[in-house]
Write a protein that binds this ligand. Sequence first.
Ligand SMILES: NC(=O)c1ccc[n+]([C@@H]2O[C@H](COP(=O)([O-])OP(=O)(O)OC[C@H]3O[C@@H](n4cnc5c(N)ncnc54)[C@H](OP(=O)(O)O)[C@@H]3O)[C@@H](O)[C@H]2O)c1
Length: 263
Amino acid sequence: MILKDKVAVIYGAGGGIGGAVARAFAREGAKVFLTGRKRTAVEAVARDIVSAGGFAETAEVDALDEKAIDKHLQSVISQAGRVDISFNAVGIPDTKTLGVPLAELELELFSLPLMSYATSYFLTARLAARRMVANKSGVIMTVSATHSREGIPLVGGYGPAQAVKEALTRNLSAELAPHGIRVVGLRPNAMPETRTIKNAWEPRAKATGMTWEQWQQMLASRTHGKRLMTLEETANVAAFMASDQASGMTGTTVNLTMGRVDD
Ligand SMILES: NC(=O)c1ccc[n+]([C@@H]2O[C@H](COP(=O)([O-])OP(=O)(O)OC[C@H]3O[C@@H](n4cnc5c(N)ncnc54)[C@H](OP(=O)(O)O)[C@@H]3O)[C@@H](O)[C@H]2O)c1
């Protein structure tokens, strides 16, 4: 168990990636504190973890609300004594911007993902860092997407928002690594089993006359392995990155695009 007795807080834990990461962390022995905007989705993940013999607590926390994040972290520390891992897996709904050309996009809609992703990652990282500095140890993590490195049309401010997260990962690391805190991100390729990818790409597939299966094959054909990653594979890498076995890794976003995007 590579995360035995580590204390992890996960934001957006009711989502595809947050849920998978929570399960992997718990399987590796971490005590996981799962948070989400709505408790129902988070509770379903916690039930799975507890029935598999793990430890999971849930809370309703808006990861854009500084006071709510701070209060929750305080309660985790009161209960578990410290926080070792902070993982921001929040996904901001983008149905109003997907498919709209940048030249026609309203500023407010363009700014929404930029502001939301940057604010949420900044707040969760900063508030965790303040606690971790005292212990001279901790790992701060988030997830970005291939859009940070590729020109992808019709995604509004989503692409720039992913690049912002990767830049923030580097800058947080430059300041926090001297205090024993590692800051690392994951950049996974599309995982079609998630609602994010289905909602984003299924209408595009239909519009181009492709079936959902053909669309997935087209995406898979761009990887070296000619297949797409699974949530479990992404979560397994996250568990390794959160563990002391990855003690040499900081200030970087791990490329999980299976060869689609070169570093
Ligand atoms: N899925 C993929 O294949 C993939 C690949 C690469 C990158 N990514 C990126 O990874 C991130 C997570 O993706 P995902 O597929 O796991 O998305 P998801 O299934 O939609 O999960 C996102 C979670 O974030 C929660 N959330 C949204 N706003 C929140 C807030 N203010 N406070 C707390 N929780 C909030 C959502 O809650 P609600 O349900 O209440 O909205 C949801 O549970 C996104 O940035 C996504 O773009 C995903």
